[in-house]
Design a binder for this molecule. Structure first.
Ligand code: BG6
Length: 482
């Protein structure tokens, strides 16, 4: 790695994200000898901590959230990097304390692991002490706002202090190796490249299913819901990656431009189509892996009825030449039977007439399992060996399993990958301001229509694949969820 002059500053040191993701990812980079010898990790917070308290806190997080055991030698090196800076970010005049801990000539990676209502204050504090100069980068977590209007406000506020080239908006799905692979799979294999359009593809399905519920994030989730939490960002990102044209160059400007073009062309769902094209549900009582589970409502509010969706399915269309006529069915939900993120590309059945009688009307399918059990399957027809003149065909599969081809330990964690991209100043895996804008615009339209028509949330039992209406969305087109 050719960047060796950087420090990390983490705002929101005691928060869940820092403990669960940031400290483990930084530790893992250190364990792989990627972090520079002189790099410091400065945790910012209001706690009245001495260095030792901070070290204990980080070690506890690593013990809890690292899958592997802490390596003694790595910890020795890692702990020397850790510095705590007692600072209330609402008190901008105190940012001198942070300045004292930083060296001017270094790249500073400021990670805002803190709610977005504090962003402006932090930016102001950094600005006040010249900590927003060219060498300074800021990393922001999703969600950026909760609508087009609020996201614009946030982007405007931070834009007063930092240029777009200094802003790294995280969508952790973009750091997943199987998602990064999508571009390479599409564009380096001519069999896919040449057939990746509406001439060959019948439809596409994207499923991001989670087994977990809301895991105590009651306040955040009840205000947000699955559509804003998962579709506005992760699912629209996956969609734009699998539908974008090839970039002119493999760099952040060109890759992000192509994604933006897709987001701009998402077909706005109309009021009269809302029931046909969208379905929302909320988990009720049920069972997963023989464990009895309570309903969302009893988890969140006790008696009152919440109107927040924990499941959403949408039929999406893209208004461009390449994708005209190809529906993209997407669904995501909590408390579904298993954790599974996958993309299914269903090809058209274009068997020449003379072979029609053999085709058993199979559509070739490319199934990409993003997580877990990372793998790629291709479904095709094959002749059953026999001496008989009459041929019989069998639907068969070609498998490519990550676990058989790559060592698990070599598959990087998404935060490792994203933090490293920040160090290198590469924004291609980060979300551009226009991507945020167009995704919110499209999502806002749906949410507004749901409000207008008072769309009902259907209950589904925990451990099932969502409400019945999600099946209808696809079945009315003569297709099925795979
Ligand atoms: C987060 C959402 O962005 O992604 C969570 O806020 C969700 O609600 C999580 O559980 C899923 O991430 P992953 O990497 O486990 O698929």
């Amino acid at each position: 790695m050719n960047c060796n002059n950087y420090d990390f500053v983490i705002f929101g040191t005691k928060g869940d994200l820092s403990q669960r993701k940031l400290f483990p990812a930084l530790y893992k980079l250190d364990n792989k000898k990627i972090l520079d010898k002189k790099t410091k990790i400065i945790g910012v917070g209001r706690a009245k901590w001495k260095k030792n308290n901070f070290l204990k806190f980080v070690k506890k997080s690593l013990k809890k959230f690292l899958i592997e055991k802490i390596n003694k030698n790595t910890w020795k090196i890692f702990k020397k990097r850790l510095i705590f800076c007692n600072l209330d970010v609402y008190n901008t005049k105190n940012f001198y304390k942070l300045k004292k801990k930083l060296k001017n000539n270094k790249i500073i990676i400021n990670y805002f692991a803190i709610p977005s209502n504090s962003y402006e204050k932090i930016c102001k504090g950094l600005y006040k002490f010249n900590l927003n100069l060219e060498n300074s980068r800021i990393v922001l977590e999703k969600p950026i706002g909760d609508s087009l209007i609020t996201s614009k406000k946030i982007n405007k506020k931070i834009g007063k202090y930092f240029k777009e080239s200094q802003i790294f908006r995280i969508d952790h799905y973009l750091g997943k190796d199987t998602i990064i692979n999508l571009l390479y799979l599409r564009f380096t294999n001519s069999i896919f490249y040449n057939n990746w359009n509406n001439k060959s593809i019948d439809h596409v399905q994207i499923t991001v299913a989670e087994k977990i519920g809301i895991e105590g994030r009651n306040k955040y989730f009840n205000k947000t819901g699955q559509t804003k939490d998962m579709v506005q960002n992760h699912i629209l990102q996956i969609l734009s990656i699998i539908t974008m044209k090839e970039p002119k160059k493999i760099d952040s400007k060109n890759i992000r431009n192509e994604k933006i073009k897709i987001l701009k062309k998402l077909n706005f769902i109309k009021k009269h189509e809302i029931h046909k094209k969208t379905s929302i549900g909320q988990y009720s009582y049920g069972e997963i892996d023989n464990i009895k589970l309570t309903s969302y409502n009893s988890e969140i509010l006790g008696k009152k009825n919440s109107n927040t969706e924990t499941f959403v399915a949408i039929k999406i269309e893209i208004k461009n030449k390449m994708w005209k006529g190809v529906p993209f069915y997407v669904r995501t939900g909590k408390r579904l039977p298993k954790k599974c993120s996958k993309i299914v590309i269903v090809f058209k059945n274009t068997t020449p007439k003379v072979f029609n009688k053999f085709s058993n009307s199979i559509n070739n399918k490319l199934i990409i399992y993003l997580e877990p059990n990372e793998s790629i399957y291709f479904k095709f027809l094959n002749k059953i060996p026999s001496l008989k003149k009459k041929c019989k065909l069998k639907s068969s599969k070609m498998y490519f399993k990550y676990s058989k081809n790559f060592e698990k330990k070599n598959i990087p964690d998404s935060y490792e990958k994203l933090l490293l991209s920040c160090i290198l100043g590469d924004q291609s895996l980060f979300v551009h301001i226009d991507e945020v804008k167009y995704s919110w615009k499209w999502i806002d339209n749906i949410i507004n229509i749901w409000k207008k028509v008072s769309k009902k949330i259907e209950l589904y039992s925990s451990g099932t694949w969502g409400p019945n209406s999600s099946k209808k969305i696809i079945e009315k087109d003569g297709r099925k969820w795979i």
